[in-house]
Design a protein around this ligand. Structure first.
Ligand code: UAG
Ligand code: ATP
Ligand code: API
Ligand code: MG
Length: 488
């Protein structure tokens, strides 16, 4: 593709004629990933500035560079000076990889994104569509499953995947819009037909200066990204809900409110009643004034919110409500989201991805009804992430569980003992066992009938990040080997 064709009208006047005709064979944001023929985008980031790596990118074969200022020593290949490199990058990625599924739904919110994306995909699949999802657990589509590392991939990786799955025949995509992704304009080239919003609580305070900034990033989904005339599906059950609904209405999006306070008489979905039914729930939904009773095969009250946001996204993009509600009866939880992975002495063991305060509260509250004796929790906190959440999570565990074991999550570059100490300072009476396998083993060995064990924080993850090494590790495997040992 010619360089000129990758840029917006705003940027084109700055492009020299000899640069305009350069043939570009790929895009890169990281000098270490540059291939010969690539256009390198030099982005100012949180840790460093891509402009420092222009020379390395050119040495690796970049034939042109774009950014908001050239390197001090000049640039050996044409440099395209642009005011907003991240926006141009997103749009250039969409031009370079032009295919996108015809129907795209994106979901944001502090908790529930992965679950909503997985549920929306499953609903569409049930209705006979070729459907995919992209997010924390990677890409899941009929022809390929790729483990992911970021919740919202960078624009080049994202659009490459959109192009590939569309070529595979995928017509419906649900993906997660993280606040980082929204703030860094990673999604600004995607044609989003419907946006979903779950909830807002404390998260990523190491990145966002305050909660207002965090919410503003999330609101970009409705303010800037959903196409004109598209749908907004918003959980109406939270303090922040009115602000989100207002953002959608300002854009004149077709706004569907869902949840206990959802507009069941109109276009939204109201949860009129719910009750636990073994490891499932019975829920009564109202939509356009009509009631439907559903058996939702998932544990955890919070999954009702995720299910109705997903149902709203399917309805908001044109699916038949009765078929969508029927599909809810066959939903499977996303891997490691309040997943029952086994039992010992009759006590069920759950793996969950709660790694932030509100999620830990919700997961523990969800398991209390199953507990006749002790509710036991094993968890830690990730290193190089918001340190402020550590004591909050310690206090939540002490308050909502009967036995607390503090262990390691992904320590990354931090001292694991210091992370544990910050949690334990607020979790009176907690036991400390740094090694996660050992912590899980001890917790399981101590279980008796009537107990419930929650292992929180790592969910689907298959590695433990210690320093800059990723060691193979999974809570699922740790449970399996502890169970095998306990029985032997
Ligand atoms: C804080 C953050 O979001 N960082 C992301 C961001 O990096 P950045 O622009 O700040 O990068 P930087 O390290 O300052 O470097 C600046 C530029 O120099 C480039 N560079 C750097 C070094 C080099 O040798 N050569 C080179 O070209 C970098 O590629 C970058 O373009 O843009 C990069 C490219 O898109 C991302 O890879 C990187 O994700 C890092 C790895 C990360 O850990 N991100 C996490 C926090 C994240 O994004 N999480 C969210 C939310 C998760 C959730 O749902 O809870 C997610 O969507 O996954
Ligand atoms: N609607 C919800 N409300 C509150 N807590 C929830 C909700 N949905 C999920 N959770 C909790 O959050 C955890 C993560 O859920 P999920 O992966 O679906 O969310 P996410 O928004 O994708 O999270 P992340 O940002 O970490 O990728 C779950 O394991 C559960 O503990
Ligand atoms: N997307 C989140 C995942 C956190 C998972 C948890 N296990 C941890 O390592 O803190 C992050 O990168 O902050
Ligand atoms: Mg996620």
């Amino acid at each position: 593709m010619k360089l000129l064709d990758l840029f917006s009208e705003d940027a084109r006047p700055a492009i020299q004629p000899e640069a305009a005709a350069i043939e570009i064979s790929g895009l890169a944001v990281d000098s270490r990933a540059v291939k010969p023929g690539d256009l390198f985008f030099a982005l100012a980031g949180a840790k460093t500035d891509g402009v420092r790596f222009v020379e390395a990118a050119v040495a690796a074969g970049a034939v042109a560079v774009a950014g908001n200022h050239p390197p001090v020593g000049g640039c050996r290949v044409p440099f395209v000076r642009i005011a907003n490199p991240r926006r141009e990058l997103a749009q250039a990625s969409a031009r370079f990889f032009p295919r996108q599924p015809a129907t795209i739904a994106a979901v944001t919110g502090t908790s529930g994104k992965t679950s909503v994306a997985a549920f929306t995909r499953q609903i569409w699949q049930r209705l006979g569509f070729q459907a995919a999802s992209i997010g924390t657990i990677g890409l899941v589509s009929p022809k390929r499953t790729v483990y992911g590392s970021l919740t919202t991939p960078d624009p080049v990786a994202l659009h490459r995947q959109l192009d590939e799955i569309t070529r595979d025949g995928v017509t419906h995509l649900a993906f997660e819009a993280s606040s980082h992704g929204l703030d860094q304009l990673r999604l600004d080239g995607v044609r989003v037909n419907a946006g979903g919003f779950t909830n807002l609580s404390r998260d990523h305070m190491d990145y966002h200066p305050d909660v207002a900034h965090y919410l503003a990033a999330k609101l970009r989904l409705f303010g800037d990204l959903v196409v004109d005339g598209g749908a907004a599906v918003i959980s109406a059950d939270h303090d922040c809900s009115p602000e989100v609904i207002e953002a959608a209405r300002q854009r004149k999006l077709v706004t569907m409110t869902v949840g206990r306070n959802g507009d069941g008489a109109g276009e939204g979905i109201r949860v009129a009643a719910s009750a636990i039914d073994g490891f499932a729930q019975r829920i009564e939904l109202e939509h356009r004034g009509r009631r439907t009773s559903i058996h939702l095969p998932l544990v955890g009250e919070f999954q009702i919110e995720n299910a109705v946001v997903a149902a709203g996204l399917a309805i908001g993009t044109g699916s038949d409500p009765a078929q969508v509600f029927a599909a809810l009866e066959t939903l499977e939880g996303a891997k490691g989201r309040l997943e029952r992975v086994g039992e010992f002495n009759g006590a069920p063991i759950f793996v969950d991805y709660a790694h932030k305060p509100d999620a830990l509260t919700k997961a523990l509250q969800a398991l209390r009804p199953y507990t006749q004796r002790k509710l036991v929790v094993v968890f830690g906190a990730g290193g190089d992430r918001d340190a402020g959440k550590r004591p909050l999570m310690g206090a939540i565990a002490a308050e909502n569980a009967d036995e607390v074991i503090i262990t390691d999550d992904n320590p990354r570059s931090e001292n694991p003992a210091a992370i544990r100490a910050a949690i334990i300072a607020a979790a009176k009476g907690a036991t400390e066992i740094g090694d996660r396998t050992e912590a899980i083993g001890k917790a399981i060995a101590g279980l008796a009938k009537g107990d419930v064990l929650l292992i929180a924080g790592k969910g689907h993850e298959t590695g433990q990040i210690i320093g800059d090494r990723v060691l193979p590790f999974s809570d699922h495997d740790a449970v399996a080997s502890a169970l095998a040992e306990a029985v032997a």
